[in-house]
Write a protein that binds this ligand. Structure first.
Ligand code: 8YV
Length: 316
């Protein structure tokens, strides 16, 4: 329950309607930046028991230490590599995320990005708008999507939704996970490089964080090869971005569709002129419906915590 000793704190930017609800219905504080931060913490730190944050803002041990009565970190987003969960667990702080409600939306994005990358629809659109259809004739031929062999790195809930969609396109699906999934209809491959060697298109759907950092390295990109395509809707950290840029600019990879980057919102300048690369500004879950469902799940987690100290969707 919300008492004067039991306050909610917004850290960093949030969906405007969520920030508004927190302010009006929960009388939440928002952590100021710069000079005002110290003064705010000196006055209010001990009152804060829950924070609400989105995937773009870090929650590190220093912040947790500055909030001595913090008991819950409620994250807007399924990925929680922005939060030091180990440090939170050690302090008895629960962490929640927003699983399930965005699976379909992110899987739609992955398939759209895959088709756009292989068929170059974005580039063809630019070609038309620049008057080149009329001036130069038909757009060059592109690559066939249906029936391609596709490898999914990380066959979790989102990876599974991507596999279901691509099965309907007649694609042969293989995957690599830390563990083989019993009963899965898809072919298991025991390493990322083995998966890349087997398929034409590698779709990255693994969670971010230290355990998956640079799982797609130069060796994996080379195994995918000059006819191969890479799609990433997960986290930029899963790919060695410098190695990817080098492979793309040297023709050692056929193309890439990227919704996430190593240092968002910065995107390597070398990728922007390439028509075989589709670049999206992290819009994977960005529909009205899905963001509303994520917002509702954030508030459900917060309400449950304030009533019982428990979370609806704790991360572990
Ligand atoms: C969000 C995401 O854009 O859920 C995630 O992990 O990456 C996206 O759905 C992001 O978390 C919002 O900050």
């Amino acid at each position: 329950m919300l008492t004067s000793e039991n306050h909610v704190l917004q850290i960093g930017p949030l969906k405007p309607s969520l920030a508004e609800t927190l302010r009006t219905d929960y009388h939440a504080y928002a952590l100021p930046n710069g000079d005002q931060r110290e003064a705010f913490l000196a006055e209010h730190a001990a009152e804060v028991t829950a924070i609400v944050v989105s995937g773009v803002t870090r929650v590190d041990p220093d912040l947790m230490a500055a909030l001595p009565n913090l008991k819950a970190v409620v994250n807007f987003g399924v990925g929680y590599d922005n939060i030091d969960v180990e440090a939170a667990t050690a302090r008895g702080i629960g962490v929640s995320n927003t699983p399930d409600v965005l699976d379909d939306c992110v899987a739609d994005t992955a398939v759209g990005l895959l088709i756009d990358t292989m068929r170059q629809f974005s580039a063809a659109d630019r070609y038309l708008r620049a008057g080149r259809w009329a001036a130069e004739g038909n757009y060059p031929l592109t690559q066939h999507v249906s029936g391609s062999s596709v490898g999914i790195l990380g066959l979790g809930r989102i990876g599974g939704a991507i596999a279901t969609r691509l099965s309907a396109f007649g694609c042969a699906i293989s995957y690599h996970n830390r563990r083989q999934i019993p009963g899965s209809p898809y072919t298991y491959v025991d390493s990322p490089v083995g998966l890349a060697r087997l398929v034409r298109v590698l779709v990255v759907a693994a969670a971010g964080g230290s355990g998956t950092r640079h799982l797609v390295n130069r060796e994996v990109l080379d195994a995918l090869g000059a006819d191969g395509y890479l799609i990433n809707i997960a986290r930029g950290s899963v790919i060695d971005q410098d190695a990817l840029v080098e492979a793309l600019t040297h023709g050692r990879l056929a193309g890439a569709g990227l919704d996430v980057f190593a240092d968002e919102p910065n995107v390597p300048a070398a990728l922007k002129p390439l028509d075989n690369v589709v670049l999206l500004p992290h819009v994977g879950s960005g529909t009205v419906e899905t963001r509303a469902a994520m917002e509702a799940l954030v508030l459900a987690n917060l309400d449950k915590f304030l009533q019982s100290g428990e979370l609806v969707t704790p991360v572990r």
